[in-house]
Design a binder for this molecule. Structure first.
Ligand code: GCO
Ligand code: MG
Length: 423
């Protein structure tokens, strides 16, 4: 592992009284835009050990900032940082108002920071506190995006050359302006790109005709050894999703993601009746209650809830254990709006989870990498975490201060007649 400059907490004398030493004395929120906006929580104990958490909510960043600063941090000061579970329950049950993307990101940020602190206190990487590594490295998938089938095929080839064993493939659709997943910058696709939302167009009929042709072309060129994934991004109705899943069956996808919105989870029964293409859902889920029915009725194959979105390591571990009963595997969301703090936490979780499936991996920009140092590395289609105590991630606050918050929202989608659709 390269030197990651993560040893700042080493060699600090522990005070005689462990409880005093572990008292939370400070917590602050750092908002920065090194290429994109990130919200980072830094919690410090009396002994000077600090932990980091991510609370980034893409396009709505200042909501978790206000929640943390006004409603969470005052409750943390004076608490014992070692009591991760109790603090989690305090923030979840104690608020009375449960769940939701804002609350659960704030809870997640605290939880990540406390696991980071605990690891540093005990001199162990977080994965060892979870039960140790179930595997040495975790398979990741990268994003191959193109304006048409030819461009996407070239991109898939590039990812295979880079060593990826799994690639998500998205293509523009002729006649559909700004179809989901078509990057304007190949290496660093970033959909939240304007202060007011960019308008994109959606048309289901041409997409349903065109998308299977992409996978036909990819299998013809690359064979069946590489895992191929596809994100429908909530665009279809259940019966349309059933049809797409069936059309994709000959190309043996690793998964078809978010085929329809998961608000009405019964919708997935209809999809299941029509296709055996594996289904992945959950990047916008916030708790085990969002996942419960889909998992226990075996309506999905992969649960995409994340450390960031679903209340931190403490809660995601609970979701993974529940999912394992029905042989549902994990497939954590890992787009660029999940900061290197979340990626580090996710990789500790993935390295432990016995029912790990795959981890999404979108590279962060060089500006982001200059603010956050990490100890994970890409090797042969997988990410490997090091043995740094805690989460193995640090923030350079001076560097972060050079990149002030820059409001940016996600795009919206409309149908050809102007009707609002799911982006
Ligand atoms: C994915 C996602 C992302 C989201 C983004 C929104 O599967 O990676 O769908 O690209 O659109 O995280 O903030
Ligand atoms: Mg997705």
């Amino acid at each position: 592992m390269p030197d990651s400059g993560l040893s700042k907490n080493e060699n600090r004398p522990l005070s005689d009284n462990a409880a005093d030493a572990a008292t939370i004395v400070d917590a602050k929120v750092i908002v920065a835009c090194p290429g994109r906006n990130f919200v980072t929580l830094k919690i410090t104990t009396a002994d000077g050990i600090y932990g980091l958490g991510d609370a980034t909510l893409n396009g709505r960043e200042l909501a978790p900032v206000a929640y943390l600063e006004n409603h969470v941090i005052p409750n943390l000061i004076g608490k014992d940082a070692r009591r991760i579970e109790d603090i989690w329950q305090f923030l979840y049950r104690g608020a009375y108002w449960r769940r939701g993307p804002v609350t659960m990101r704030a809870v997640a940020a605290v939880d990540m920071a406390l696991w980071d602190i605990k690891g540093k206190m005990l001199g162990a990487p977080v994965v060892d506190l979870l039960g140790g590594r179930s595997r040495d490295s975790v398979m990741v998938y990268g994003h191959a995006n193109g304006g048409d089938i030819e461009q996407t095929t070239d991109e898939v080839a590039r990812y295979i050359d880079l060593g990826y064993k799994a690639v998500r493939a998205q293509t523009g659709v002729p006649g559909v302006r700004g179809a989901y997943g078509v990057g304007r910058d190949k290496m660093y696709y970033e959909p939240a790109d304007a202060a007011l939302p960019r308008e994109t167009l959606w048309a289901t009929a041409p997409y349903l005709q065109y998308a299977p042709k992409l996978f036909e072309a990819l299998r013809a060129k690359f064979g069946f050894d590489v895992h191929l994934l596809h994100d429908v991004h909530h665009r279809l109705t259940p019966i349309e999703a059933g049809r797409l899943g069936r059309a994709l069956e000959p190309y043996s996808l690793f998964w078809m993601e978010d085929p329809t919105p998961a608000e009405n989870q019964d919708a997935f029964r209809l999809i299941r009746e029509h296709t055996t293409t594996p289904i992945a859902v959950g990047e916008i889920f916030n708790s085990i209650w969002d996942c419960k029915d889909l998992i226990q009725h075996q309506l999905i194959d992969f649960i995409r809830a994340t450390v960031l979105g679903a209340g931190g390591i403490t809660h995601l571990k609970r979701i993974a254990d529940f999912a394992s009963v029905w042989q549902v595997r994990t497939g954590c969301h890992g787009a660029t709006d999940l900061s290197p703090v979340t990626m580090s936490a996710a990789l500790h979780f993935d390295s432990w989870a016995p029912n790990f499936g795959i981890q999404e991996y979108m590279r962060h920009t060089p500006e982001t990498d200059a603010v956050f140092s990490t100890d994970y590395a890409f090797n042969d289609g997988a990410l490997v975490i090091g043995d740094t105590p805690g989460l193995g991630v640090d923030i350079d606050e001076k560097e972060a201060a050079k990149h002030p918050y820059d409001p940016k929202q996600l795009p919206i989608a409309r149908l050809e007649d102007g009707t609002m659709w799911n982006w």
